[in-house]
Design a protein around this ligand. Sequence first.
Ligand code: PEP
Length: 254
Amino acid sequence: MQKDLRPAVIAGNWKMNLTPAAAAALIAEVRPLVADAACTVVFCVPFVDLAAALEAAAGSNIKIGAQNCHWATDGAYTGEVAAGMLREIGVEYVIVGHSERRTLFGDTNETVAQRTRAALDAGLTVILCVGEYLEQRKQNITLETVRIQTKIALAGVSAGELKRIVIAYEPVWAIGTGLTATVAQANEVNSGIRALLAELYGKAAADGVTIQYGGSMNAANAEELLAQPDVDGGLIGGASLKAADFARIVAAAQ
Ligand code: PEP
């Protein structure tokens, strides 16, 4: 089965939620619930929570990620955090290009590409987010939109480096809204992204890339979404803040 060619990855995106103490408490609660997970389990936490999260997850199968990184290695970028800084403290993953960063904080396809490059250079694994606005879906340009986002972000990324890229297809209209793409919509776009990867890197490399779905995935709908042939995991916002719900999603990925 093609899905055996790539690891399933369930990643929680806590966004701007939980203090360090609350982060440690949630990870302590989740730890035993996901100890037997057959998939990779990641929590992407606020910068200030990283140290507490790393400590709480130490010795477990939970990996810790950040939610953004800057493209420079250092310099006059007040308020930013470099990828190398994240790597040095033990962070393994970083979300790049989340729609909230694109919409609220001015990220463009070009800056997403720069952040991706910097994260790879620092040794991180990138969770690269792409997805269309509702207007673009109505205009029937969903696939074109995610193809452009993906192609620009991956410009300059080698086939070898593709092993440290996870793509998260997240329709913007489904994020935090309770609206979920249908399983057919999720699989169609994920499969379109994989077809683009095959054009760029060849079929074997494309088959090895984990492509998640994100957008109101929860304990109730995860199993059906994750059963789709091209849905290899999930990027989970709201439901990743509840231990039992997140653990059910992880269990659905097995
Ligand atoms: C997200 O933040 O990437 C996300 C998918 O959020 P939610 O699951 O809350 O829609």
